[in-house]
Design a binder for this molecule. Sequence first.
Ligand code: CA
Length: 434
Amino acid sequence: MSYLPKFTLFACCVGLLSCAQTPGTGQSAAASTAHTAANNAGSAPLTTGTATQQAPLSDADFAACIDRFSRDAINAGISEQVIRTSLQRATLNRRVLELDRQQPEFTTTFADYFNRRVTAQRVAQGRALWAAHRPLLDRIEQAYGIPAPYLLAFWGLETNFGSYFGNIPVMDSLATLACDTRRSGFFTIELMNALRIVEQGDIAPKKMVGSWAGAMGNFQFMPSAYLKNAVDFDGDNKRDLWHSKPDAMASAAHFLRNLGWVSAERWGREVKLPRNFPFLEAGLKNHKSIAEWRNLGVTRADNTPLPPVDIQASLLVPAGHEGPAFLVYENFNVIMRWNRSEFYALAVGQLADQIAGGAPLVQAPPTDAPRLHRQQVIQLQEALGQKGFYHEKADGIFGPATRRALSEFQHQQGLIADGFPSRTLLAMLGVLSD
Ligand code: CA
C-alpha cells in the first residue's frame, strides 16, 4: 500500500523483492504489503543472506527513545497505565535488528517458491479445516463475501493454518525497529497503533506476540491493519486474532473486502498459450478483455475455451515460456494489496482452487531454472542498460522493470520474449552463471 516504505527485505516474508522464507522460522509468507512492514514487489523473491552495515542502536539510545515515545504516546491519548505496563517494559531485541538488516542474496525461482507452499499436504489440511469449520466459514462468506477456500489459502500461507504465529513480544520488536534509524517512521506508527490495541483491551500485552517485524496472529496482521480490519466474530467483545478462529478468519475476510475483493469473480486461472504467442503481451500492467485473450489463442489449461465473461485480465508467465501461464483478474490485484508479490498471489490462488477441489497445475514450472545472485542481477541490469533496454538503477533486484527490459531485448533478438533469465540468455548478455 502507498504508505508503506520501500526496502529490500521482507519482514516476515515480504520484502521488496517478494516473499521469501521467513528468516528464522522456515515459514512462508507471513507478512505483507498491506498488513506488514516488509514488502516486496517483484516476482523473483530473494532468500536472505548478508547483512548491511549500519550504526548499532545502543541500550542508552533505546532507553532515551522509549522515554521520548512515552511522552508522544501520552499526547496521543494513550493512558499512563498502558504505557507503564507495555511500552516501558519493552526491551531492545538485537536479533530483530539483525534480521532487519539482512539483505536478500539470491533470487528464488517460481518452482522453488510455489512447490514449497502449495503442497498436497497443505491442500489436504485446508480441505479438512474447511470441513471442520464449515458453518463458521459459511457465515463469514455471507457477511463479507469471501469464499472459504481463499481464507484457508491465506491462513495456510501466512501461518501454516495457525501453527506458527511468531513468539516475539510485539512491543519488543516494534519498539526496537521504531527506535532504530533504518525504518523508524513506519515502525513508530505501528508501535503507536500497537499501544492503541492494548488500550482497547483486546489482548493482554504479554500475550501480544508476533513475527520479528510485529505481524500478529493467524493472518499476521500489522497493528495498523488490526485497528482498521479486526472484528469480534465470536461475540465476546474482544478482537482476538491469536486464539479465536472466528475473530481471526472474519477479520481476514473483512480486510479482503476492504481491499476490494470482487465476490462474483475468481482470482484468475491457469491457461494454455498457442505456439507463437506474442509474449510481449504478458505482464500485470497489460490488461485485455477475456475476448481479446481468446482471440490471441489463449484457452483454459485443459484446452477448453475461456468463459464468455466481460472482464479485464492480465497474463503472467512467472517461470518463462516453459512454465505455466496464468490469466489473472481483479482479485489477483486484491491479493497483491495484501502482499505485493506475484508469486505469493499465484500461490494463494492455486492453493484456494485446489482446496476447493481443483487439480494441480497442468504445466508444472521447470525446477532447473537458475537462481541468480544479487551480483548477477546487477550484471544483467548493467548489460541491458548498455544496450538501451534498462533505464533504472542497477539495484540487483529482479523486478518488473528488469523483466520488461529482458523481454524487449529478447524481442529484438527474435527470441521468445518471455522476460525469463534462462542460462542461454544470461550467457548472451555476458552474465557469469554458476
Ligand atoms: Ca472475539
